[in-house]
Write a protein that binds this ligand. Structure first.
Ligand code: NAD
Length: 361
């Protein structure tokens, strides 16, 4: 029986890589009945909203989606569709494995770490007060009255909620993930010395959970120190656990250590729902140019196959991607600026390896 999966092509260069990721996933032989729904700029133009109801209905029905990147306008405009989806389906755990592959030109070798990011709270919660509005002025007044602290009247304000419940939940997820995936060390990353009531609380909850897993090494680094160590000795990290915003930033940093955004996949997981997507965004300047590296989305597809219990297909798909990257001749410009091939041609080569593997049995 075919798996029914929601497919959101995304916008910008999203649809370009989604076409290729879909072909590669299908070439594993796993039967999938894709339900294609549109979110992002295309949906906004056609339906007046970047997140039409049918997208939510489709994921509610199928419980699983593969998603291309979606543009979020900076400064003004609609709220992030990506964040809305994570919040709507309570996809509280974002998992982003970063591993060096043979053939990738990098200053570092032997990196094999995973970033686990709390996905629903923090400054990313989208609770904002616009400069000059009554609610903002009221909040400024409240802060003055309750805390005797002054906020300039022409300020915009973003709230940073971090709850014990969500912190404990992501900590449990991370430690269990470490057990299930043979990871021996967890580094929790915060700024708990400065933001005591939010990052401090996050750290406290993680530390409590760590006591239940004494065989897993546990350390705490402040985010600035963590960045220093990540760019000097990334091999020393195994699993990084962070609140939402730091998790977002260190994911891109870690991606750059292992070959760039073109090769790092991601999964957003909750209770009974999952959305798989690359770490990178919609890179609009590459839209329709056949230059995007499709591997990050293809590898997100491999994570999806694992989630479905199709470990064999996931393994073959990863192997095919790694073979093409290590061969180095049929890869996109980000991996080989001198003589690159296009997005489609790289996917063709991945499919070639998948077919070769099938013939070899
Ligand atoms: P981006 O990740 O889209 O791109 C940054 C740069 O990285 C690109 O210009 C390109 O040079 C390179 N790059 C990224 N992916 C690549 C790939 N697969 N192959 C080759 N090169 C690649 O980041 P941005 O420019 O900051 O964001 C663009 C838009 O995407 C924004 O609107 C942002 O909000 C959105 N975004 C969406 C998601 C998501 O859908 N989950 C994630 C991040 C950013």
């Amino acid at each position: 029986m075919a798996y029914k999966i929601t497919l959101i092509p995304g916008d910008g260069s999203g649809p370009d890589i989604m076409v290729e990721a879909k072909r590669c996933i299908e070439a594993t032989g796993i039967q999938i009945d894709w339900e294609v729904v549109e979110a992002g700029l295309g949906a906004l133009e056609k339906k007046g909203t970047p997140l039409p109801r049918e997208v939510l209905d489709s994921i509610e029905g199928n419980h699983i989606a593969l998603k291309g990147p979606i543009t979020t306008p900076s400064g003004s405009g609609y709220r992030s569709v990506n964040v809305q989806l994570r919040q709507h389906f309570d996809l509280f755990a974002c998992v982003r494995p970063c591993k060096t592959m043979k053939g990738i030109k990098s200053n570092f070798h032997n990196i094999d770490l995973v970033v686990i990011r709390e996905n629903t709270e923090d400054l990313y919660a989208g609770i904002e007060f616009k400069e000059g509005e009554e609610s903002s002025l009221g909040l400024i007044e409240m802060v003055r009255g309750n805390l005797s602290k002054e906020i300039p009247a022409d300020s915009g304000i973003s709230l940073k909620p971090i709850s014990r419940t969500a912190s404990k939940r992501i900590a449990h997820f991370a430690f269990q993930y470490a057990v299930d995936n043979q990871r021996g060390k967890i580094t929790v990353v915060t700024k708990a010395n400065i933001m005591k009531f939010t990052d401090g609380l996050f750290y406290e909850e993680v530390e409590k959970v760590a006591r239940d897993f004494p065989h897993i090494e546990f350390e705490h680094l402040l985010i600035d120190n963590a960045c220093l160590h990540l760019v000097s000795s990334p091999q020393n990290f195994d699993l990084l656990l962070a609140p939402n915003l730091y998790g977002d930033i260190i994911s891109d940093l870690c991606a750059s250590l292992v070959g760039g955004l073109g090769v790092v996949p991601g999964a957003n997981l909750g209770n009974g729902y999952a959305i798989f997507e690359a770490v990178h965004g919609s890179a609009p300047k590459y839209k329709g140019k056949n230059v995007m590296n499709p591997c990050a989305l293809i590898l997100s597809g491999a994570m999806m196959l694992d989630y479905l219990g199709e470990a064999g297909a996931a393994h073959r798909l990863r192997d095919a991607v790694e073979s093409v990257i290590s061969e180095g001749r049929n890869v996109t410009k980000d991996l080989n600026p001198q003589s690159p091939v296009g997005t489609k041609e790289m996917a063709d080569r991945i499919i070639h390896y998948l077919e070769l593997g099938e013939r070899d049995g």
